[in-house]
Design a binder for this molecule. Structure first.
Ligand SMILES: Cc1cc2nc3c(=O)[nH]c(=O)nc-3n(C[C@H](O)[C@H](O)[C@H](O)COP(=O)(O)OP(=O)(O)OC[C@H]3O[C@@H](n4cnc5c(N)ncnc54)[C@H](O)[C@@H]3O)c2cc1C
Length: 397
């Protein structure tokens, strides 16, 4: 066990924090209010090498370890959940999955430009009638010569109008249920692709989320990721990477709640003293600190297992579940500490509360993770190594 960050990781944290303080914090309130996604932030993150932080250098990334990705996500979500979500889908769900499952040719064509941030990746699994129950999906892919013809619809897709590449899932053989789902790399420019943003979201309003549609979309057979029928397994392994970034981001949201609450506790007075001196207010601050520290330990343990190249579905699920619940509670308490002022957008805490809800729903709802953890302790569920694992870190040249 080693609880120390490396010099490189400390510098990385400082870099992302400075970026967030200068490029996101001053504007995010307005972007959130207007519901504007700002893609130039993604381009600037790319110039800092942050869109492929844990992708090997030989595939265009920065070659840092998996916990460095956690640091990026923590610091980004301290600014806003929208930008951490962008990194989660681009790096966690898409690029890391290409790194794990892609052929050399797929990595050169898709992973390299994504790791450099020249192309943006997203992930399309959810459908109008298939969220937690992935196998209820209706999208189909029918082989036709050198192509697959995709038909269907995905919903709640982060970066739907922004991404260049999407990792999507469709049935190649419905009769085989989970074993009949296949994974495909598709491009926005492919004929038959369209997207449409969802309006009226509770939170992550500075993010872009919506639907994507496949209408007789011709996808070259080279764009099948893994083998036919491996799609469900690939999707679940993608979630091991994505959930890790969500959990790390939740730590950043707790940091933001704590920072805002501490400032307010030192300013606001009631009954002749600063509100931070009231025991019940202290309790909320103490719970935030406990949630932050416990969540971080769970996240970095999952990251360390990734560094070792060990399957970590169980540990990542626990980290994601707990960190997102702690963040949701921290945001609720942050509003409480601010009293009525917390109920208006004069302070950022109402945005934190709205933003804290989606992560409790996406990448496995609170209930799905609860069931997973119960199944692990009951011995109903066990993790076995997959036929293709994420490479251990340090990466081979
Ligand atoms: C902002 C946002 C961004 C998103 N981005 C993406 C994305 O980029 N790509 C993507 O593919 N998806 C994305 N999603 C979709 C997300 O992954 C799904 O919403 C999630 O998987 C839950 O599915 P659902 O909404 O259909 O809920 P359902 O599965 O219909 O669940 C409804 C309720 O029933 C509960 N429930 C369901 N099954 C069980 C069970 N077996 N036991 C107990 N309770 C159960 C759930 O916990 C939940 O409370 C995003 C969602 C949001 C909100």
């Amino acid at each position: 066990m080693n609880f120390d960050f490396t010099e490189e990781q400390l510098l990385l944290r400082k870099t992302v924090r400075n970026f967030v303080d200068k490029e996101i914090m001053p504007y995010i309130g307005e972007w959130d209010e207007k519901g504007e996604f700002h893609p130039e932030i993604i381009r600037r993150l790319a110039t800092l090498g942050l869109m492929g932080v844990c992708i090997p250098e030989k595939y265009g990334g920065s070659g840092m370890d998996y916990n460095s990705l956690a640091i990026v996500c923590e610091e980004l979500e301290r600014g806003d959940t929208a930008f951490r979500t962008a990194v989660s889908v681009h790096t966690g769900l898409n690029s890391m999955t290409l790194l794990q499952w892609g052929t050399e040719e797929q990595k050169q064509t898709y992973l390299v430009p994504q790791a450099k941030g020249k192309k943006i990746g997203a992930f399309g699994l959810t459908e109008p009638n298939a969220g937690s129950d992935v196998a209820a999906m209706q999208s189909t892919a029918v082989k036709d010569g050198d192509y697959y013809i995709l038909n269907g619809q995905k919903t709640w897709i982060s970066l739907c109008d922004v991404a260049d590449h999407f990792l999507v899932f469709a049935y190649t053989d419905k009769s085989k249920k989970h074993h009949g789902i296949s994974a495909f790399i598709v491009e926005r420019t492919m004929e038959g692709f369209s997207s449409k943003a969802i309006k009226g979201k509770l939170g992550i309003r500075a993010g872009n989320t919506g639907e994507i549609f496949f209408d007789h979309m011709k996808v070259p057979k080279e764009n099948l990721l893994g083998e036919e029928g491996e799609g469900f397994k690939i999707a679940m392994s993608a979630l091991d990477s994505g959930r890790f970034t969500v959990a790390a981001g939740a730590c950043g949201l707790i940091m933001a709640c704590l920072e805002a609450s501490l400032t307010y506790c030192h300013e606001r007075e009631t009954f002749g003293k600063k509100i931070g001196e009231h025991q019940l207010v202290k309790q909320m601050l103490a719970n935030m600190e406990a949630g932050l520290q416990m969540s971080r330990l769970l996240v970095y343990r999952a990251g360390e297992l990734k560094n070792k190249g060990v399957r970590n579905t169980r540990e990542t699920s626990l980290a994601k579940w707990q960190a997102c619940d702690f963040a949701n509670k921290a945001a609720d308490d942050a509003v409480q500490i601010h009293g009525a002022y917390g109920y208006s957008n004069e302070y950022p805490v109402e945005r934190y509360l709205r933003n804290s809800k989606a992560p409790v729903i996406y990448e496995g709802t609170r209930e799905i993770h609860t069931i997973m953890q119960a199944d692990y302790v009951l011995g109903y569920r066990k993790d076995k190594p997959l036929n293709k694992m994420l490479p251990a870190w340090p990466f081979e040249e």
